[in-house]
Design a protein around this ligand. Structure first.
Ligand SMILES: Nc1nc2c(ncn2[C@@H]2O[C@H](COP(=O)(O)OP(=O)(O)OP(=O)(O)O)[C@@H](O)[C@H]2O)c(=O)[nH]1
Ligand SMILES: [Mg+2]
Length: 191
């Protein structure tokens, strides 16, 4: 699995969604710069599949990637990017909301949290939102390589204090930590 991957299209409106065959979809959400696009590339082992940037706000539309001709990964714009105008932020929210709440193909949302930073106010809002709408989800903490092994447990605890869940996967696209676990999780949804 995860052998082939291709970018299909960018979309903002529902009419632009490409998945007419109703294949399963997995969405990667989280604040700007948390590592959504990097994680998709890491799972697919393709460095240039989704655009990555050290500057936040790189992904500005819903981007659909077809994996193994069997399911989709959806990369969404990050939230909480301070430099964006308020209007633009609300706009982003709206189309992500539409995607999340009117999409029967969505199998699971991965909410990415920066391991070192911990859950932000915005992260907690999105987490509440996922629960409120009963959207199946996993918390994926990112950039684990930036936290020394001695502090790892402390950071894990810090995340779980704010988001009590047994669905936490800690990852790094630099060391590949947690990537197999994440792939297993996706496979389970497909079975
Ligand atoms: N050290 C480290 N850096 C990472 C990791 N994952 C991503 N990064 C870096 O974090 C930055 C942002 O990564 P992106 O994947 O573009 O983040 P994004 O969430 O898609 O950002 P937006 O598209 O702006 O919402 C890039 O400089 C990446 O190289 C990781 O596991 N470890
Ligand atoms: Mg991105």
């Amino acid at each position: 699995m995860f052998e082939t991957s291709e970018f299909i299209t960018s979309a903002v409106k529902k009419e632009q969604y490409p998945n007419h065959l109703n294949l399963p979809e997995f969405v990667f959400m989280g604040r700007s710069n948390v590592g959504k696009s990097s994680l998709i590339n890491c799972i697919c082992r393709k460095k240039l599949l989704a655009k990555v940037s050290s500057k936040p706000g790189k992904t500005i539309t819903l981007n659909f990637f077809l994996i193994d001709n069997m399911f989709y990964f959806v990369d969404v714009p990050g939230y909480g990017y301070a430099i964006q105008s308020k209007e633009k932020r609300i706009d982003f929210g709206n189309y992500i909301e539409t995607y999340l709440t009117s999409n029967p193909n969505l199998k699971c949302a991965f909410l990415l949290i920066d391991t070192k930073v911990g859950p932000t106010k915005d992260d907690l809002l999105v987490y509440d939102y996922l629960n409120y709408y009963n959207i199946p989800h996993y918390i994926v903490s990112t950039k684990l390589d930036k936290v020394g092994s001695t502090l790892l447990l402390r950071h894990k605890k810090m995340i779980l204090e704010k988001i009590p869940t047994d669905r936490l996967i800690m990852t790094s696209t630099v060391t590949n930590k947690g990537i197999e676990e994440l792939k297993e999780c996706i496979k389970n949804y497909l079975n």
